[in-house]
Design a protein. Structure first.
Lengths: 350, 296
């Protein structure tokens, strides 16, 4: 994803930068929302980059024309882009099932461990299996949605609209899902798994559902990214940007709240993609190290927010429905996080 | 080959499993602590260290001399100190506020990013070696070629395992550690200073991470993300051996290392990183408590 940054620096003019920035941030906001769907039920996914990558590659190979010359990749059926998006989402869900089956019925922590290396493994598969996805050469010339309909240089605006519409649709979907009986059951499972079980809920199935929904959205984000950037390679999907960056967005924005996830994406995204802009005006000793300092701060933000503002910039609203007239009598909002964080909040407010 | 890599994984996994068992923290920064150990030793043996008068000299056919021994000590002290600082500044506060496994995991992830970024900030993204040049391998039984350094790596692992055994089973401190691991509340009620035990566990875990890091640097290249890349094998070894069980982690580490190397007979080398993952999934499906785990 480094080339993304380069593109941003070389854009001339604040408008063009803003258009590019908002498009990128919208894609990351979808990732943050998707991660929130999982995290909100206590699914610790440290492999966001893997789902993002699978979505991008699946959509790319399905919509690209058949390989020529030095190229060698599977599929290449030249399918319409929306079909690519659909299969990207399905591919994300399939990966979720594969990872979820052995881990979700066990202790909470195993999924985190199982996901930590998945992106690296997928990168090494993409890099080393001949004839799968062009190895390290990556896939190039991926068409953008509606690109052939637009004349001249206005396509950037179309990309922005596509990303914003997708973000709005995803936001609507996850908000509906959270407010639905299904979402409220997930909340009940998170707050007290035993009572949820006692009420006859198959908690493993519900958690698997949340894991799959998040994974589908991550796959979709990958597809949008692939068609936007036009070129992807295994290096594009680093753990830093694909996974840790998204986690920082979620923790900073407020992990109990879908608006928080979007806000976090904008704030952290602005910090990340904005720093190259001021690089020139920084003193030399700092300017030359700005990329590493930026990475350090991404980690620091996670720790600082956990310590001093665990609820993030926007806290969770505890009313599950506007028909409920009062929250639980004078108590703090119930957290999205595990029991521990709820106590953490209680301790902070004292 | 597998035994060498396995020894390094085992060293790291023993620390990881101890921290998980005693403190209940899945330390996702453990790989990057190895990275720090690796680079602290590199600092001593590299030219900066030479100016301080450490480097130079070699032991027999080994590729290093006193420089690396000093480097190893510096790395152990440094990483142990780093771990204790993290405990004091972050984990203790989160624990006091009632944070659970998830919060610890995310915090450790944040610190992992910081540690890795700090290495890049100080030493840059290039690869280094402790000592330049080619180190020839010598032939032992059956035509297997081994570098003298590799004997050293296995020796350090064996020694570390013996010392750890002595610490855990022959000292009061170790007994208290095991008690805290089994039941923290009961340990506290029996008059064990659990805060001291936690600090001690971080120190032991840090020393093991530093050892693993330096051995990894000796075996392969000194690289900013080398420790992080080993994170999944470490966790695989830990799960294979049963969480909180250092002997399990030792055997688990060797198993993962050997499985990785043997796998290249059938699959492409590029796919080797997938082996620990397959092991994790297989263990979780078949024996979630690890090879030696009993069901409670």
């Amino acid at each position: 994803m480094e080339e993304l940054i380069v593109t941003l620096v070389t854009f001339d003019g604040a408008v063009n930068w803003t258009v590019g920035f908002l498009t990128t941030v919208s894609i990351f906001a979808i990732l943050a929302l998707a991660l929130n769907v999982q995290w909100s039920v206590g699914i610790l996914n440290f492999g966001v980059a893997a789902f993002f990558m699978v979505g991008a590659y699946v959509s790319a190979v399905l919509t690209l024309p058949a390989p020529e010359g030095l190229e060698s990749y599977v599929a290449g059926w030249g399918l319409p882009i929306p079909v690519g998006w659909l299969f990207a989402a399905i591919a994300g869900a399939v990966l979720a099932i594969l990872l979820g089956i052995p881990t979700l019925r066990l202790r909470d922590d195993f999924l985190a461990i199982a996901t930590i290396g998945v992106a690296a493994i997928l990168r090494s598969i993409a890099n080393s299996v001949e004839g799968l996805v062009n190895r390290s050469r990556g896939l190039n010339g991926i068409d953008g949605l509606l690109e052939d309909q637009v004349q001249g240089g206005g396509y950037r605006w179309v990309e922005l609209v596509i990303a914003l519409v997708a973000l709005a649709a995803v936001y609507w979907l996850v908000s509906r899902a959270s407010a639905s009986p299904w979402g409220r059951t997930l909340r009940a499972i998170r707050d007290n798994e035993d009572t949820a079980k006692a009420s006859g809920k198959n908690t493993v199935r519900f958690r698997m559902g949340a894991f799959m929904l998040g994974a589908m959205l991550m796959g979709l984000a990958g597809a949008i990214y692939a068609h936007r950037s036009g070129t992807i390679s295994p290096l594009t999907f680093s753990d830093l940007l694909g996974t840790f960056f998204v986690w920082t967005m979620l923790i900073v924005g407020g992990s109990g709240n879908h608006r928080g996830a979007v806000l976090g994406a904008v704030v952290v995204g602005f910090f990340w993609f904005g720093t190259p802009l001021i690089q020139e005006s920084l003193p030399d000793w700092l300017g030359s190290r700005v990329f590493q300092v930026r990475q350090l701060l991404i980690g620091l933000l996670i720790v600082i927010f956990l310590l001093w503002r665990p609820q993030g910039l926007l806290a969770e609203r505890d009313r599950v429905s506007r028909f409920v007239t009062s929250g639980p009598g004078g108590e703090l909002p119930e957290g999205w996080l595990d029991k521990g964080l709820r106590r953490l909040r209680a301790a902070r407010s004292r | 080959m597998g035994i060498i890599v396995g020894s390094i994984i085992a060293l790291g996994a023993m620390g990881l499993t101890l921290i998980f068992g005693v403190l209940g923290i899945g330390d996702f920064a453990h790989g990057d602590k190895m990275g720090w150990g690796m680079f602290l030793a590199f600092f001593v043996v590299s030219s900066e260290g030479a100016n301080l008068g450490f480097a130079g000299g070699r032991f027999g056919s080994l590729s290093f001399g006193w420089g690396l021994v000093v480097g190893l000590l510096v790395a152990m002290v440094g990483v142990a100190a780093l771990s204790v600082i993290m405990e004091r500044l972050v984990y203790r506060r989160l624990r006091a506020a009632g944070g659970g496994f998830f919060i610890f995991a995310i915090a450790s992830l944040g610190m992992s990013i910081m540690l890795r970024a700090a290495i890049q900030l100080i030493w840059g993204p290039s690869n280094f070696r402790y000592t330049p040049g080619i180190h020839p391998a010598v032939e032992i039984l059956g035509g297997i070629r081994v570098k003298p350094d590799q004997f050293f790596i296995v020796g350090v692992t064996v020694l570390a395992a013996i010392l750890l055994y002595w610490l855990l089973y022959r000292t009061r401190f170790g007994k208290a550690m095991r008690a805290t691991s089994d039941n923290p509340a009961l340990a506290e009620a029996s008059g064990i200073d659990t805060d001291r035990i936690r600090t001690g566990t971080w120190i032991v875990g840090g020393i093991l991470a530093a050892l693993a890091g330096v051995m990894l640097g000796l075996q392969a290249e000194v690289r900013f993300d080398a420790g992080f890349r080993l994170l999944l094998p470490l966790f695989a070894a830990m799960i294979l051996g049963g969480i909180g069980n250092p002997w399990g982690a030792l055997i688990g580490g060797l198993t993962v290392g050997i499985a990785q190397e043997v796998s290249t007979q059938w699959i492409s080398t590029g796919l080797k990183p997938g082996i620990p993952f397959v092991i994790v999934i297989a263990v979780l499906l078949l024996r979630p408590r690890g090879m030696f785990g009993q069901s409670r």
